[in-house]
Design a protein around this ligand. Structure first.
Ligand code: UFG
Length: 393
C-alpha cells in the first residue's frame, strides 16, 4: 500500500514509518521538520510540507499517489497546550481538517490517527477501556478528541471522497511515484497476507493469491475508514539503535531519568509529586514500547484495507508502573545509581493512567511484546550512543 505518514520524521512517526517499510509498504513521509529529524526518515521519500497548507498537502498526494494516511503530525505537550491553546487548535484541529480535505480531493479514504490517553482526562478507574468517559483536562487532549469526532462524522457520510474516477488517479499516481526499495519488498510481505487477499476478493477488488504488485489502488469513492489509536506512554527506541527520542524540550520521564543517569549525578531526576493516591505516592503510567506502538499502526492500516470497521482503540500494555518502579528498573538495567529528588506535582498530571488493550487485541490481533525493562534497555542504548540526539551524529 502507498502510505503517507505525516509526522514521520518525529519520534513515534519514524518508528511507524520504519515498521511500515519493514512490512513491505511504500512509505512517504510528510513532515515540516519543526520537531522531526531528517535522518529519522531513514532514506524514505520525505515531502517537506506544512500541515496547514492545502497546497503542500495536495502536492504530497499528487507526488506520492498515497492511498492511505497515518496521521501523526501534531503538537503534543500537555503543559504547552495549556499556555498556548491556539497553537494546538490550529495544528491539531485545523491542520488535521486540511489533511482530511486533501484526502477527499485525492481519493484517499483510509486513515490511522494518532490519538492519546489524554482524551480521557483524569479517569477514576483502575484500567481504562474505550467506553470510559472522555473528559480531557487540557487543550492537547481536547484537540485529539475533537479530531476523533471529526473522523466519526466524516466516516458517517455515504461517500467521503470527491476525487475523480480511480483510473485517473492510478495513472497520475503511477507517474508521480518513484520506485523504492520498499516496493520491491512489497510483494513478499503481501504474499503472507491471506486475509488481505480474502478481503480483496470479498470487496470485488481482487482475487485470492493475486500478488500485491498487481493490487488495484485503494483510491476512489467510498466511505472514510479510520482507526484512532489512543497512545498511553510511548517510550523506548528502535532495536537497530538508529532512531529514538529526541525532542527540542524533553519532558518525558524515561529520557529524563536516563539523562540523569548519564550525567553522573550532575542532573538529578525530579520526581513530580509523591502524594498521589497510589501505592507508593508517585504517579502510575502504562509505558508501551514504541516498536509495539508501531506494529499496531501497521495492523490498523491492514485492518482498514480489508474493510475493518472504524473505531478508536487504546494502545497500552494493561500494566501500570509508578515513577519509583521505573526508577528502580532503570537502575537495574543501566547498572548505574543516580540521584532523584522530590518535587511538587506537575500541573494537570493524573494519578494513574493504565489501558485496557482488549479492543486492539480483538480487532487488530495486537499484543505488546516488550516489557518495561526492554523499553529502558532500548532507550538506554539510544541515549548513551546519541547523547546529543540526532545532532550528535
Ligand atoms: N515525570 C517526572 N519527572 C520528569 C518527567 C516526568 O516525575 O522529569 C512524571 C510526570 O509528572 C508523570 C510521569 O512522570 O507523572 C510520566 O510523565 P511523562 O511526561 O513521561 O508522560 P505523561 O504521562 O505526562 O504524558 C503522556 C504523553 C502525553 C499525553 C499524556 C496523557 O507523553 O502526550 O501521557 O495524559 F498527553
Amino acid at each position: 500500500m502507498k502510505v503517507l505518514v505525516t509526522g514521520g520524521a518525529g519520534y513515534v512517526g519514524s518508528h511507524v514509518a520504519w515498521a511500515l517499510r519493514e512490512a513491505g509498504h511504500d512509505v512517504f513521509i510528510f513532515d515540516d521538520l519543526s520537531e522531526g529529524h531528517r535522518p529519522a526518515a531513514g532514506g524514505m521519500p520525505l515531502v517537506e510540507g506544512d500541515l496547514l497548507s492545502s497546497e503542500d498537502l495536495g502536492r504530497a498526494f499528487k507526488r506520492t499517489g498515497a492511498e492511505a494516511v497515518i496521521h501523526m503530525a501534531a503538537k503534543c505537550l500537555v503543559e504547552e497546550s495549556v499556555r498556548e491553546p491556539a497553537l494546538y487548535w490550529r495544528i491539531n484541529v485545523a491542520g488535521s481538517l486540511r489533511l482530511l480535505a486533501a484526502m477527499q480531493r485525492a481519493g484517499a479514504r483510509l486513515i490511522v490517527f494518532s490519538s492519546s490517553a489524554a482524551t480521557y482526562g483524569q479517569p477514576d478507574r483502575e484500567v481504562i477501556d474505550e467506553a470510559a468517559p472522555k473528559a480531557p483536562c487540557n487543550p492537547y487532549g481536547t484537540t485529539k478528541l475533537v479530531f476523533e469526532q471529526a473522523l466519526i462524522d466524516h466516516a458517517a457520510a455515504p461517500v467521503f471522497t470527491t476525487a475523480p474516477a480511480p483510473a485517473a488517479n492510478d495513472k497520475a499516481a503511477a507517474a508521480a511515484t518513484k520506485p523504492s526499495a520498499a516496493k520491491r519488498a512489497h510483494g513478499k510481505a503481501a504474499g503472507k497476507g491471506k486475509d488481505k487477499d480474502k478481503a480483496k476478493a470479498r470487496d470485488g477488488k481482487g482475487e485470492p493469491g493475486e500478488s500485491v504488485d498487481a493490487a488495484p489502488s485503494l483510491l476512489g469513492p467510498g466511505r472514510l475508514g479510520y482507526v484512532a489509536l489512543r497512545y498511553f506512554n510511548a517510550a523506548g527506541a528502535h532495536s537497530s539503535g538508529k532512531i529514538g527520542e529526541d525532542h527540542p524540550v524533553e519532558t518525558h520521564l524515561i529520557p529524563n531519568l536516563l539523562r540523569a543517569a548519564l550525567s553522573g549525578g550532575a542532573r538529578p531526576l525530579k520526581i513530580f509529586g509523591s502524594d498521589y493516591p497510589t501505592p507508593d505516592g508517585t504517579a502510575v503510567r502504562d509505558y508501551v514500547h514504541v516498536e509495539d506502538l508501531a506494529s499496531a499502526h501497521v495492523k490498523a492500516l491492514e485492518y482498514l484495507a480489508r474493510g475493518g470497521e472504524s473505531a478508536s482503540m487504546n494502545l497500552g500494555t494493561g500494566r501500570g508502573s509508578s515513577i519509583l518502579e521505573v526508577l528502580e528498573a532503570a537502575k537495574k538495567v543501566t547498572g548505574r545509581d543516580f540521584p532523584a529528588e522530590r518535587a511538587p506535582r506537575r500541573a494537570g498530571d493524573p494519578a494513574r493512567l493504565v489501558a485496557s488493550n482488549a479492543l486492539a487485541s480483538e480487532r487488530l490481533g495486537w499484543r505488546p511484546e516488550r516489557t518495561l525493562e526492554d523499553i529502558i534497555a532500548s532507550a538506554w542504548k539510544w541515549h548513551s550512543e546519541h547523547p546529543k540526539g540526532y545532532a550528535g551524529k
